[in-house]
Design a protein around this ligand. Sequence first.
Ligand SMILES: NC(=O)c1ccc[n+]([C@@H]2O[C@H](COP(=O)([O-])OP(=O)(O)OC[C@H]3O[C@@H](n4cnc5c(N)ncnc54)[C@H](OP(=O)(O)O)[C@@H]3O)[C@@H](O)[C@H]2O)c1
Length: 247
Amino acid sequence: MGDTVIAPGAWATKVCIPAAVAERYDAPPGVALHHAVGLLGLTGLTAYFGVTRVLRPGAGEKIVVTGAFGGVGQVAAQLIAASGADVLGIAGGPEKTDGLKRRGITAVDHRCADWLAEIDHWAPDGLHAVFDNVWGEASARLVERLRPLGRVALCGQMSGIGGAVIAPLPLDNWFRLVTRSLTVQGFRAADFAAENTAARRALTDMIVSGTLDQEIHLVSGWPAAGPAFAELLTGRVVGKLVVEVQA
Ligand SMILES: NC(=O)c1ccc[n+]([C@@H]2O[C@H](COP(=O)([O-])OP(=O)(O)OC[C@H]3O[C@@H](n4cnc5c(N)ncnc54)[C@H](OP(=O)(O)O)[C@@H]3O)[C@@H](O)[C@H]2O)c1
């Protein structure tokens, strides 16, 4: 009784779930409770496994993160930077790009007409890798900029959220997988669930040492939950959305 647990649930004041699927969560000292659903929750674990197990950044590599100020993207960008790679985050609007810059990440606003020219200026010899949360047309333009043996860690498809039609990648673009020897690897955080405890420990060390943090968009109370979820699907939320049902 009284334990805080991480578990799949529902939007409800009470849920009944098998104990086996609930993971007891003891907030580490100095780590805010909301990180249980952010940095140490699914978004943090997704970024952690996507970066350390799939993308595997190398020191000095030029790596782009799309959706870089979303829940997953913020963590991925900081983890890639911590590995010694040179990371650029793509995000929509100055609030998000400023948030990335405050964390030492080079940022480009995809709403600006010349965003691709900014990327070409940043990486004149091409990109080594992309951590992709968005897919669609924007990602196709990034695939064209991958160097030989470049790689994509495919995490999500935000461009198709809310029923939007995802632009298929043009076939000539796909053929670059052959001509440039590219690798595109999709992944699910669940693939690495056996390593969750070790991953949370590594992420906690970074939070406590001040090398990892996350912008939180906190809303409080039941009435705010529905509108907040709808807002999430518009791309207007700045940072990781957390609903605090009971203060
Ligand atoms: N592979 C896995 O195991 C796994 C696990 C969890 C989540 N995911 C996926 O990872 C992706 C990112 O998750 P997240 O929690 O970081 O998402 P998020 O915070 O809700 O959004 C990420 C970013 O996507 C962009 N976006 C939002 N709505 C959009 C729209 N309608 N069209 C185009 N872009 C839009 C926004 O970026 P800008 O405004 O900056 O463009 C937003 O900051 C999602 O696709 C999610 O399903 C995968």
